[in-house]
Ligand binder design. Sequence first.
Ligand SMILES: N[C@@H](CCC(=O)N[C@@H](CS)C(=O)NCC(=O)O)C(=O)O
Length: 207
Amino acid sequence: MIIYGSSLSPFTRKVLTFANEKGLAFEHKPIRPQDTSPDFRATSPLGKIPGFVDGDYKLADSSAICHYLERKYPAPALFPASAEEIGRMIWFDEYNDTTLIPAAGKVFFQLAVRPRLLKQEPDMAIVDQALTKEIPPVFDYLEGQIDGPFLVGGRLSLADIALHCIFVNLKLVGHPVDAKRWPRLGAYIAGLLARPAFARVRDPQTA
Ligand SMILES: N[C@@H](CCC(=O)N[C@@H](CS)C(=O)NCC(=O)O)C(=O)O
């Protein structure tokens, strides 16, 4: 099993953390997006990370990969059992990919990707807009949804694994969640990051 993509990508981190929580053995190839190697391109038609191989089976997209892994390697279960909980888990994974990451990812892109990888000045107006206008309503919503260590069914699921990822990026660029303003979100993220399977992925050296 191979997982392609830098762990600085929140989408790649989702798959790495999911596979770690399942206790799966895999090889990690920490390539950048749009890497041109044919092996990676065969997994990811759009050149986005992560890409994934299991034997002859190739797949792209973090959510698709996690759904595959859950069916293929059911224990320990990282999907809940009931229809209601599955629906809620898929909703939070989707909310993460389409709302949280696009808002918070701007901060990481401007403060880390532009200066370090692209050798460009960050656009601080974009950072400010994200931190003061775009992120707060998303955190407010999450704060209202959290009432314990896990979002769905009282145990760890893809929802938690997906949502924690961009908080690692925010912390790396000096903008961890403000636990005074969002206490439940702050405690929730801290609890997830303390899990060994999550901590193992948090390695910026693999960028
Ligand atoms: N829906 C995809 C999104 C993956 C994605 O956008 N990855 C970014 C890195 S964080 C990427 O590879 N971007 C390069 C590009 O869009 O060309 C997933 O969940 O895996």
